[in-house]
Design a protein. Structure first.
Length: 215
């Protein structure tokens, strides 16, 4: 009888990672524990992600925090497993975060996380972003691994108030995506998007953040 494969070890957060999360350490650690125990089973993360759960996902999500003004309203589009919306809500109790997710099983997961972690600044919205056009607006809209920037802009910028911003976690081709989306961005009220390299923790691969501010 073949033995069951041994699951890979979960990454241990460093002292620098603990320092990054500060007062949010307890809720973020609880979120990480839930992901490690249930994330693969519930189809939220793959087994290969556990050895880099902190550096690749949780620390990466923290990169959006500096771009969110105090007391903002935020919509996290396509929240999925909770990146970056859950991390942002834990680190910034001053902001209100709407987790916008169309898939029922993911909304159920997010509800479990919010209840168990104890986040009282989060609202769950089961919907596609385009279903909220004309019905809701926010100071900041965040997104991670949702779509290429030209498509993402069409989905999210109608939800951004004038003067607000889309803050998107992107990959190495972020600058190319900005160039390809230049016409769409301008049509939707953005004069120019900037690409920021953010290193929340020394020694961890920088996160790439695209900030597109509305006129």
């Amino acid at each position: 009888m073949a033995e069951s494969p041994v699951p890979p070890p979960v990454e241990e957060p460093s002292a620098e990672v603990r320092e990054l999360f500060g007062l949010a350490w307890a809720p973020v650690q609880q979120f990480a524990r839930m992901l490690a125990e249930e994330g693969e089973l519930r189809g939220l993360i793959g087994p290969r992600e556990l050895p880099r759960l902190w550096t690749r996902h949780l620390v990466n999500s923290a990169a959006v925090v500096p771009f969110v003004p105090p007391d903002s309203t935020v919509a996290d589009i396509g929240s999925g497993a909770g990146f970056p919306g859950i991390v942002l809500a834990a680190m910034r109790p001053d902001v209100t975060v709407d987790l916008v997710e169309p898939m029922e099983r993911r909304v159920t997961w997010l509800a479990d996380v919010v209840e168990e972690v104890g986040l009282d600044n989060v609202r769950l919205v089961r919907a596609r972003a385009e279903e909220l056009h004309g019905r809701a607006s926010f100071d900041v809209v965040t997104a991670r691994a949702v779509a290429a920037l030209d498509k993402l802009a069409r989905l999210t910028l109608p939800l951004v108030r004038p003067g607000g911003a889309l803050v998107a976690l992107k990959g190495r081709r972020a600058a190319e995506e900005v160039e390809a989306a230049r016409y769409v961005l301008r049509k939707l009220g953005v004069d120019g998007a900037r690409v920021e390299e953010v290193t929340p923790v020394a020694g961890v691969e920088p996160a790439t953040v695209v900030v597109a501010r509305k006129r």
